[in-house]
Design a protein. Structure first.
Lengths: 115, 114
């Protein structure tokens, strides 16, 4: 079945450590996105990528980094510079520009807790 | 800048009844898409319904329908014959034509009582 796989589902981190969240899709989508979800704040865009080897900052990119070496993969690293990393992280993909419809397909999410 | 506002943090409905979730947005664009996404307790977001701004007819998907008022920049979701499985967070989202990122509202938590 086609879809988006995020791992791990739950992750605990000590302060000062970098952690990497995995996102893999087999939908053959060009575009991939990382969102952060906090209670009462909806979804906020961290980074997105429209094509391999290219990505753009979203609204809250500080303290995060990404790579897009393969079309199927878009890992997110939460660095020690991120001041408040405890959150639920959602990865999504789409066919690309919103002209054809813009629907996002989401993974099941990863919950990061900083101890 | 475009914004999406969901003014109802929580709503509740009795099973089999109808409920309407509100969404307003602000944009100067004329061509755009609007979406309602559902996030059940499992946390995986799924698309409920989509509306193209150039279409005057309101979108409908089975028990889900929208009331799209372009001039008023309003996009409400009506759920008819509510079911227990409809309990979830519902997010309204906007994207302008050929843009590359959606803008989400803060969500409405819907509870469904038997």
């Amino acid at each position: 079945d086609g879809g988006i796989t995020q791992s791990p589902k739950y992750l605990f981190r000590k302060e000062g450590q970098n952690v990497t969240l995995s996102c893999e899709q087999n939908l053959n989508h060009d575009a991939m996105y990382w969102y952060r979800q906090d209670p009462g704040q909806g979804l906020r865009l961290i980074y997105y990528s429209q094509i391999v080897n290219d990505f753009q900052k979203g609204d809250i990119a500080e303290g995060y980094s990404v790579s897009r070496e393969k079309k199927e993969s878009f890992p997110l690293t939460v660095t020690s510079a991120q001041k408040n990393p405890t959150a639920f992280y959602l990865c999504a993909s789409s066919t690309g520009l919103a002209g054809p419809g813009g629907e996002l397909f989401f993974g099941e999410g990863s919950r990061l807790t900083v101890l | 800048a475009q914004t999406v506002t969901q003014s109802q943090p929580e709503m509740s409905v009795q099973e089999a009844e109808t409920v309407t979730l509100s969404c307003t947005y602000d944009t100067s664009e004329s061509d755009y898409y609007l979406f309602w996404y559902k996030q059940p307790p499992s946390r995986q977001m799924i698309l409920v319904i989509r509306q193209e701004a150039y279409k005057q007819q309101n979108a409908t998907e089975n028990r889900f329908s929208v009331n799209f008022q372009k001039a008023a920049k309003s996009f409400s979701l009506k759920i008819s014959d509510s079911q227990l499985g409809d309990a979830a967070m519902y997010f309204c989202a906007y994207v302008r034509w050929e843009a590359d990122k959606l803008i989400f509202g803060t969500g409405t938590r819907l509870q469904v009582f038997p």
